[in-house]
Design a protein around this ligand. Structure first.
Ligand SMILES: *Cc1c(COP(=O)(O)O)cnc(C)c1O
Length: 301
């Protein structure tokens, strides 16, 4: 799964607002896999190794009804001979999201869980509470792949590519697993910028701290100003931006993570936040399947 070298592509953005020698590149992790694009497969890698080692036959995890993580877990399980099950946040809807339909088609059992229970109970406990007799042969992957095995998978990918020429490397932030992996694999001379997809600064900082190898590492900063009001919130300005990026640069973005990241980066470049001659790399973390939740016709791609 981590053998993605041949699929790693970096695009150069040529935009009129780039001046003072500032360059902007995009690492297209969205292209590493035709079905489950982006960072989620990398985050799963070491969890799956542990599951194999423990001779587990079923992967259990949790996520929201549009979760890229659920899609990746269901797909991976299906392709590699695991059964899978997931706790889905919220009551069962009348019509399943396209994400959940895909998960079911890959054989995933879905357990709808009311929001209060979901928000206050970890996946391991939810699974234990079901009292299944297959508890022994299951392996629980934390929500979103958050954890040291997750960040190690991300590190492995970034260690395969030479990113030393970049002064700034930027990624969207959810559970901070990808952000931590990048920080852990970057040099102290680089600045790693995380653009939060949700407004919970304290939660992100706590999670980040759990995963950093060197806790005193100061080569990073977290931007909280580009979440557009909350997780998966959007407005016309953001949607227009996604369409414009596709028309101008042929880069498809998702509205939950990568669109907000690039919006923030463009904004900061235009307000001269980046010093002259900065070489910026934005990591396109995928997630494009989530755009299917938008009304058709919203996006031009
Ligand atoms: C899950 C996800 C993220 C967030 O990654 P974390 O490691 O949880 O911070 C970013 N972008 C996309 C497209 C994602 O699906």
């Amino acid at each position: 799964m981590l053998d993605v070298n041949s699929n790693l592509k970096i695009d150069k953005i040529r935009a009129p607002f780039l001046h003072n020698g500032v360059e902007l590149d995009i690492l297209r992790l969205d292209l590493v896999h035709p079905i489950v694009s982006g960072n989620k497969l990398f985050k799963l890698h070491h969890y799956i190794e542990q599951a194999r080692h423990q001779k587990a036959t079923k992967l259990v995890t949790s996520g929201g009804p549009y979760s890229n993580h659920l899609a990746a877990t269901a797909y991976y399980a299906h392709e590699n001979g695991f059964k899978s099950a997931a706790f889905v946040r919220g009551e069962a809807p009348e019509v399943l999201s396209h994400t959940l339909v895909a998960c079911q088609n890959w054989g995933m059992e879905l357990y709808f869980t009311d929001r209060t229970t979901y928000d206050t109970t970890d996946t391991q406990s939810l699974w234990q509470n079901l009292n299944h007799n297959d508890a022994k042969i299951s392996f629980v992957v934390p929500e979103g792949g958050f954890g040291i095995p997750g960040s190690k998978g991300v590190e492995a990918v970034f260690n395969m590519i030479d990113l030393s020429a970049y002064t700034h490397i930027c990624t969207p932030v959810g559970t901070a697993t990808t952000f931590a992996g990048l920080i852990n694999s970057a040099s102290m001379k680089q600045k790693i910028i995380g653009i939060a997809a949700l407004p919970n600064h304290e939660d992100i900082s706590r999670r980040l701290n759990e995963l950093l190898i060197n806790k005193d590492n100061k080569n990073h900063e977290l931007w909280m100003d580009y979440h557009f009001g909350g997780y998966a919130r959007k407005n016309q300005k953001l949607l227009d931006f996604l369409n414009e990026c596709y028309n101008q640069y042929q880069i498809p973005l998702d509205f939950v993570y990568t669109g907000k990241m690039l919006f923030g980066i463009f904004d900061k470049i235009q307000s001269d936040y980046f010093p002259a001659n900065s070489k910026i790399l934005c990591v396109h973390t995928g997630g494009l399947q989530g755009n299917l939740s938008l009304k058709s016709g919203t996006l031009v791609f």
